[in-house]
Ligand binder design. Structure first.
Ligand code: HEC
Ligand code: HEC
Ligand code: HEC
Ligand code: HEC
Ligand code: HEC
Length: 189
């Protein structure tokens, strides 16, 4: 697994509006209210441990921040990208933690910001270099709500893990069902 910096996506939603959020959340499908659980044993969670215990079940689940608020480049580039620290700080300048453990993790976000040291998130999904996977094409064809088809129910994951096998058979299976090309050269150059 490779390390990476969350600073690599230059486009910043920056200090854009936590205030825009309720509207954004309303525009999504009506999801029943969900309360992210308190987790005392983080060691037993599936998925790699990240430098900050950033919880998708809190952000995307409980607080219903849309996936695209953070992974906005999914709709415009071949890679969805990980949000820059600016995106986090747009909210966490104001929003602190409601529990001591949340507060301690949010303090790491503030420290990272003031030291200009973005967290090196551990990459979870990776295809070998000889495979071509255009994210944008898939999201266009399958819809912006289709993330779960390939990533599982991320909005319920305290820590992200790889839910699908990402093997060649997995890819071609769906291509067969959707009558999409299985020409070797579309996936392999
Ligand atoms: C508040 C910002 C934010 C929101 C909202 C958000 N994410 Fe993320 N996402 C991140 C960050 C930061 C990481 C890197 C750290 C990690 O893996 O938890 C990440 C990682 C991921 C990864 C793993 C990437 C890899 O390394 O392979 C997937 C998949 C993902 N998010 C999907 C989603 C989906 C689907 C949604 C909506 C249900 C969503 N995210 C909502 C910030 C966000
Ligand atoms: C749209 C606003 C928003 C954005 C953007 C946002 N957060 Fe949060 N974050 C929240 C809210 C609301 C909470 C819940 C606070 C609580 O109740 O403790 C929270 C909680 C947290 C917590 C403690 C709970 C948890 O998730 O473990 C951490 C750590 C955190 N955020 C990190 C981040 C990071 C890192 C980013 C950027 C990738 C980010 N946040 C982006 C609103 C936001
Ligand atoms: C058809 C399957 C599929 C769908 C649908 C899909 N993804 Fe992915 N996603 C993948 C694969 C495969 C990878 C690994 C790509 C690679 O390594 O080149 C990936 C990688 C990622 C990454 C890590 C890549 C990076 O740039 O760091 C994130 C974040 C992510 N997806 C988020 C999303 C979000 C958000 C959605 C919905 C808007 C989504 N994905 C929809 C299959 C999918
Ligand atoms: C859940 C279904 C699904 C899965 C899983 C899936 N794909 Fe696709 N894929 C599609 C659809 C639908 C399209 C057609 C998009 C379009 O018409 O633009 C597509 C198109 C493509 C294209 C563009 C084909 C062209 O005509 O240029 C490539 C390349 C591709 N997929 C690679 C992959 C790879 C690699 C994987 C596995 C890592 C994968 N796909 C997994 C549904 C899927
Ligand atoms: C829809 C996308 C897709 C198509 C079409 C596709 N492949 Fe693949 N292929 C993959 C992915 C993803 C991997 C890497 C994951 C794996 O090894 O299962 C892969 C891996 C491979 C490997 C390496 C296997 C190994 O064990 O390392 C070979 C060889 C290969 N493909 C040949 C082909 C040939 C020949 C065709 C045409 C008959 C083809 N592929 C069509 C997606 C595709």
């Amino acid at each position: 697994m490779t390390k990476r910096s969350s600073g690599r996506v230059a486009v910043g939603i920056a200090l854009a509006a936590c205030t825009a959020l309720p509207a954004a959340a309303q525009s999504g499908q009506p999801v029943p209210a969900f309360k992210a659980p308190v987790i005392s044993d983080t060691g037993s969670l599936p998925g790699p441990r990240q430098p900050i215990f950033f919880r998708h079940d809190v952000h995307a689940g409980q607080d219903r921040v849309p996936c695209m608020y953070c992974h906005y480049s999914a709709a415009i580039s071949s890679e969805p990208g990980i949000p820059a620290l600016q995106t986090c700080f747009g909210c966490h300048l104001m929003i602190g933690g409601s529990t001591p453990s949340h507060e301690a993790e949010i303090q790491k976000v503030r420290d990272a910001w003031s030291n200009s040291k973005p967290p090196e998130w551990v990459r979870i999904h990776t295809l070998p270099g000889f495979v071509h996977f255009p994210h944008l094409r898939h999201i266009k064809a399958l819809g912006s709500g289709s993330c779960g088809t390939c990533h599982g129910d991320v909005a319920r994951m305290p820590q992200v893990y790889q839910a699908a096998p990402l093997t060649m058979g997995w890819c071609t299976n769906c291509h067969m069902q959707k009558q999409v090309t299985r020409d070797c050269l579309v996936c392999h150059y």
